[in-house]
Write a protein that binds this ligand. Structure first.
Ligand SMILES: Cc1cc2nc3c(=O)[nH]c(=O)nc-3n(C[C@H](O)[C@H](O)[C@H](O)COP(=O)(O)OP(=O)(O)OC[C@H]3O[C@@H](n4cnc5c(N)ncnc54)[C@H](O)[C@@H]3O)c2cc1C
Length: 396
């Protein structure tokens, strides 16, 4: 067991923190209010090698380990959840899935430009009638010669109007239920594809989230990821990576809550002393610290298993569930510590609280992870080795 960060990881954290302080912090309250961030940020993320941080160098990435991805997510979410969500879908749910399941041709065509940050990837699983219950999806893909014709709709898709490539899930054989779902790489430019943002979101307002529509959309059979019928497995394996980034981001949000709360505790005085001297305020600070320390250990443990190239569905689910719950509570407490001032946009804590809610819902709700953990302990659920495992680190 080694709890030390490498020099490279420390450098990554320093660079990411500086990036957030200089490029995100000065603008984020305005971006959150306006409902979108400056798209020039993508180029800056790419120039720093962040868009492919844990993708092997041979595929255009920076070749760092999976805990480096966690460090990046922590630091980005310290700035705002919208940026970590973007990295979650681009790297965790899309690029890492192509790395894990893609053919060499697919990797060259899609993974390389994504890892270099020339193209942005996203993930389309959820539908109006299918969230936690993935198999309730209605989107279909029918084979026609060398193509599949896809019809259907997705909703709540992060980067719906921004991404160039989408990993899309559809039924190729509904009679087979879970085993009849397949995964496709879809380009935005495909005729029959359209997208539309959802307005009036509670949180992650600087981010883009919305619907995808597929109308007789012809996708080459060469864009099938994995085998026909492997889509459900691919979706769940993708979530192992996405959830890891969400958990790491939650650690960053707790960090941000602590930072703001500690500053405020020293500045604000009531009854003749700084509020940090009141024990009930200290209790909220102590709970944040406990949540922060426990969550990061769960995240790095899951990252270490990824580095070893072994399955980590159980550990990642636990990290995601706990870290997001702790972050939601930390944001609520940070808001409380700020009293009425937390209620305005003079301080970022109201944004933290709004942002902390979606991660408790997406990539497996709190309830779904609770059930998963109980099932593991009770012996009702067991993970088997997948036909395609995420490559361990160091990469060969
Ligand atoms: C900001 C945001 C971004 C998102 N980005 C993406 C994205 O990029 N790609 C994508 O595919 N999806 C995305 N999603 C969708 C997200 O993954 C789904 O919202 C999530 O899976 C839950 O599905 P649902 O909202 O349909 O809730 P439902 O599944 O309808 O659940 C409703 C409630 O019932 C509970 N529930 C459901 N089943 C059970 C059960 N068996 N036992 C106990 N309780 C249960 C749930 O926990 C929840 O409380 C995003 C969502 C948000 C909010």
């Amino acid at each position: 067991m080694n709890f030390d960060f490498t020099d490279e990881q420390q450098m990554l954290r320093k660079t990411a923190r500086q990036f957030v302080d200089e490029e995100i912090m000065p603008h984020i309250q305005r971006w959150d209010a306006e409902g979108g961030f400056d798209q020039a940020i993508w180029k800056k993320l790419a120039d720093l090698g962040f868009m492919g941080v844990c993708i092997p160098e041979q595929y255009g990435g920076s070749g760092m380990d999976y805990n480096s991805l966690a460090i990046l997510c922590e630091e980005l979410e310290r700035g705002d959840t919208a940026f970590r969500t973007a990295v979650s879908v681009h790297i965790g749910l899309n690029s890492m899935s192509i790395l894990q399941w893609g053919t060499e041709e697919q990797k060259q065509k899609y993974l390389v430009p994504q890892a270099k940050g020339e193209k942005v990837g996203a993930f389309g699983l959820t539908e109006p009638g299918a969230g936690s219950d993935v198999a309730a999806m209605a989107t279909t893909a029918v084979r026609d010669g060398d193509d599949y014709i896809i019809n259907g709709q997705k909703t709540w898709i992060s980067l719906c109007d921004i991404a160039d490539h989408f990993l899309v899930f559809a039924y190729t054989d509904k009679s087979k239920k879970h085993h009849g779902i397949s995964a496709f790489i879809v380009e935005r430019s495909t005729p029959g594809f359209s997208s539309k943002a959802i307005k009036g979101k509670y949180g992650i307002r600087a981010g883009n989230t919305g619907e995808l529509f597929f109308e007789d959309m012809r996708v080459p059979a060469a864009n099938l990821l994995g085998e026909e019928g492997e889509g459900f497995k691919i979706a769940m394996a993708s979530l192992d990576n996405g959830r890891f980034t969400v958990a790491a981001g939650a650690v960053g949000l707790i960090m941000a809550c602590l930072e703001e709360s500690v500053n405020y505790c020293h500045d604000r005085e009531t009854f003749g002393k700084p509020i940090g001297k009141h024990q009930l305020v200290q209790q909220m600070i102590a709970n944040m610290e406990a949540g922060y320390q426990m969550s990061r250990l769960l995240v790095y443990r899951a990252g270490e298993l990824k580095n070893k190239g072994v399955r980590n569905t159980r550990e990642t689910s636990l990290a995601k569930w706990q870290a997001c719950d702790f972050a939601n509570k930390a944001a609520d407490d940070a808001f409380q510590i700020h009293g009425a001032y937390g209620y305005s946009d003079e301080y970022p804590v109201a944004r933290f609280l709004r942002n902390s809610k979606a991660p408790v819902i997406y990539e497996g709700t709190r309830e779904i992870h609770t059930i998963m953990q109980a099932e593991y302990v009770l012996g009702y659920r067991e993970d088997k080795k997948l036909s395609h495992m995420l490559p361990g680190w160091p990469f060969e």
